[in-house]
Ligand binder design. Structure first.
Ligand SMILES: [Zn+2]
Ligand SMILES: [Zn+2]
Length: 153
């Protein structure tokens, strides 16, 4: 891994990622993302061979409360998670790549083709997975993927 560099006034963290992409969306300026997570995300990016948009990275406690309502110990607050949308990749493909890399938490959002990737696992060491639907809330990963398949076949 290269040392962080400046590029066009932005702090480059890995080949494809800049620190400002991970900043809290509330505008508070908190961009102190966990660097191990960024390295893992770079592996994801390299295997996907496509750029991805980080729709949510670090969240301060206030912003997390505003967007998620209930989750207190969100991995976003702990700075070890990102929500990602990869243009040119389906949710199925993103899930396969994420599993290969070994993220500790994976959440899929079939309505928005978004995948949550996090580097903090449960105490047991097992991978935590879930799906999410706007009107239903949290569901199982398998169920969410079935819904995705039905929508796209
Ligand atoms: Zn914030
Ligand atoms: Zn998330």
């Amino acid at each position: 891994m290269n040392e962080p560099r400046q590029a066009n006034g932005r702090e480059r963290l890995t080949t494809d990622y800049y620190r400002d992409e991970f900043a809290c969306k509330c505008g508070c300026g908190d961009d102190n993302i966990d660097l191990d997570h960024v390295v893992r995300l770079q592996r994801f990016r390299s295997l996907a061979k496509r750029p991805n948009v980080i729709t949510s990275g670090v969240r301060c406690a206030n912003h997390n409360k505003a967007v998620s309502g209930v989750i207190k110990n969100s991995s976003h607050v702990l700075r070890v998670a990102t929500d990602n949308v990869v243009a040119g990749r389906t949710l199925c493909e993103m899930l396969e790549i994420a599993q290969e890399i070994g993220f500790k938490g994976i959440g899929v959002y079939p309505e928005s083709n978004m995948i949550h990737l996090d580097s903090k696992g449960p105490q047991s060491g097992k991978r935590r997975t879930w799906g999410f639907l706007r009107n239903t809330g949290y569901i199982g990963l398998e169920e969410a993927m079935q819904i995705f398949e039905r929508r796209h076949t």
